[in-house]
Design a protein around this ligand. Structure first.
Ligand SMILES: [Zn+2]
Length: 403
C-alpha cells in the first residue's frame, strides 16, 4: 500500500504524530487493525446530536436518483465474492460512497466528511469478502449509533463471530435532527425525530434495510425461520424495563394472537430468548410473553416492512400477526449486555438460534471416498456438520406445520 507511507510523510510535513492526524472515513480502513476498530473509527463520523437545520438536513438527504443508487449499492455489496476491489458505485454516488476490501470483509462506506462528521450520514454496510465466508443468513444492524451506546461494536462482533451475511449501521444519531419525524410520530412526551431510522422511512438506513430484505427473499431458499434472521440491536436506559437484561420482540406486542410467537419453542423469538438464557444464565431474558416491557417495536418501520407491511405504508400501518414469521428480531438491552465481555456469549446464542447455511461440498473433501459428486452439509464456524444435522431442517418443517 502506498497510502501508509503517504500518511507518514504528511505527518512529518505538518509535524504531527501519525496517530493524531485528522482521519477521513477512508483512513479508518487503513489504520484499523480489526473489524471492531474499524466500526469504532467509522462511528466517530456519525452525525451528532442537534446537528441539522431544516436546510442542512434537506441538503444531506439523498436525491431520488441517489436513493435508488444507494439501494443498488447495497445489492451490489451482497453480490461480492472475492471481487470487492473491483466493485464500483453508480454515478449518483461517485465522490460520496465507495466499496473497499477490509481484512476478509467488503465495506460499503461513505467517503465524504467535513471536519470529522459524515457529509451525508447514510450509514455503512459490511459483508464477508467471499461468499464462502458466510455461515449464516443473518443480517445484523445497529440503527441507533451514538445513542444506543456499544451497539455498533456489538453488532459487528455478532456479525463477524456468527459468520453473518451482513452488517448494517446507520450514519446519523437519532437526535441529529430534532424535528419531529414525518413518519411515525410517537407519543407527545416521547416524540420520534426525523433522523431516527427506526421511525422514519425517509432515512437511508430504511432503504438499505429494505434492499437487504428484498435480496434475502429473492434467494432460492428465501428467509427460512430458524435459518435466516434480521437482528436489530438496541440499547435501553437503566430506568427502562429495569428487570429485563435483554427484551426480544418480533415487532408484535403481547396480544393473545401474537403470544404463540413468543411461547412456542421453535419460533425464532422464543428460540433466541432461550439461547440467550442459556448463554447468560444469570440475566433475565424476556419477550412480550414474560415481561410487560413496552419496547415491543410495533412502530419500528424496518420491522413493519420486514413483517409484511408494504414499504409505502410503514408509517401508518402496523404489522398483522398472520404476516409475522419471526425472522425479524428486535433486541433491547441493558448496558451490561452490550459490553465487550458479553460478545462471546451473544455469538454463542445467535449461533444456537440461527442454523448455519447449507452448501454443497465434494464427497472427497468429506472423506467419503473418491466417487465424485457433492453432499449437502451445514456449515458452521468450527466444523462442517454431517448431513445428519438435517434434523435442524425438520425443526423448520415442524414450525410450518404449526402455522
Ligand atoms: Zn435504539
Amino acid at each position: 500500500m502506498l497510502v501508509l507511507p503517504l500518511i507518514a510523510l504528511l505527518a512529518q510535513l505538518i509535524g504531527a504524530p501519525i496517530d493524531e492526524l485528522p482521519l477521513t472515513p477512508a483512513g479508518c480502513l487503513i489504520v484499523s487493525p480489526n473489524l471492531d476498530a474499524l466500526v469504532t473509527c467509522l462511528d466517530t463520523f456519525t452525525v451528532p446530536h442537534d446537528y441539522y437545520s431544516q436546510l442542512t438536513y434537506a441538503v444531506a438527504q439523498p436525491m431520488p436518483a441517489q436513493r435508488v443508487a444507494f439501494s443498488d449499492a447495497v445489492r451490489t455489496l451482497l453480490s461480492v465474492d472475492g471481487d470487492c476491489a473491483t466493485k464500483q458505485v453508480s454515478s449518483a454516488l461517485v465522490g460520496l460512497y465507495a466499496f473497499a476490501p477490509f481484512r476478509g470483509h467488503c465495506v460499503l462506506f461513505e467517503t465524504s466528511s467535513n471536519c470529522g462528521t459524515y457529509a451525508k450520514g447514510w450509514g455503512f454496510a459490511i459483508v464477508p469478502a467471499r461468499a464462502s465466508g458466510v455461515q449464516r443468513m443473518l443480517h445484523v444492524s445497529a440503527p441507533h449509533p451514538a445513542y444506543d451506546l456499544g451497539t455498533v461494536e456489538q453488532a459487528a462482533a455478532v456479525y463477524e463471530g456468527s459468520g453473518g451475511r451482513s452488517l448494517l449501521v446507520a450514519g446519523r444519531k437519532r437526535t441529529a435532527f430534532l424535528a419531529s419525524s414525518g413518519c411515525v410520530k410517537g407519543a407527545p412526551r416521547r416524540a420520534y425525530y426525523m433522523t431516527d431510522p427506526a421511525h422514519n422511512d425517509q432515512e437511508p438506513f430504511f432503504d438499505a434495510s429494505a434492499a437487504l430484505y428484498a435480496w434475502q427473499h429473492a434467494q432460492p431458499d428465501g428467509c427460512v425461520p430458524g435459518a435466516c434472521a434480521f437482528l436489530q440491536l438496541h440499547g435501553k436506559g437503566a430506568a427502562t424495563c429495569p428487570n429485563d437484561a435483554v427484551f426480544i420482540s418480533a415487532g408484535l406486542s403481547n396480544s393473545t394472537v401474537a403470544l404463540p410467537l413468543y411461547t412456542t419453542p421453535m419460533h425464532p423469538p422464543a428460540r433466541l430468548a432461550a439461547a440467550l438464557s442459556t448463554a447468560f444464565p444469570s440475566a433475565k431474558i424476556s419477550t412480550p410473553a414474560t415481561s410487560r416491557c413496552a419496547l415491543t417495536a410495533t412502530q419500528n418501520v424496518v420491522g413493519r416492512a420486514s413483517n409484511g407491511v408494504p414499504p409505502s405504508s410503514v408509517c401508518a400501518q402496523p404489522a398483522r400477526v398472520r404476516d409475522v414469521d419471526g425472522t425479524w428480531l428486535h433486541a433491547e438491552q441493558s448496558s451490561a449486555m452490550r459490553e465487550r465481555g458479553a460478545y462471546a456469549a451473544w455469538v454463542e446464542a445467535v449461533k444456537a438460534a440461527v442454523a448455519p447455511v447449507a452448501v454443497d461440498v465434494p464427497r472427497e473433501e468429506l472423506g467419503e471416498g473418491s466417487g465424485g459428486g457433492e453432499v449437502r452439509v451445514l456449515v458452521d464456524a468450527e466444523h462442517r456438520v454431517a448431513p445428519a444435522a438435517w434434523s435442524a431442517w425438520l425443526l423448520f418443517a415442524h414450525y410450518f406445520a404449526l402455522r
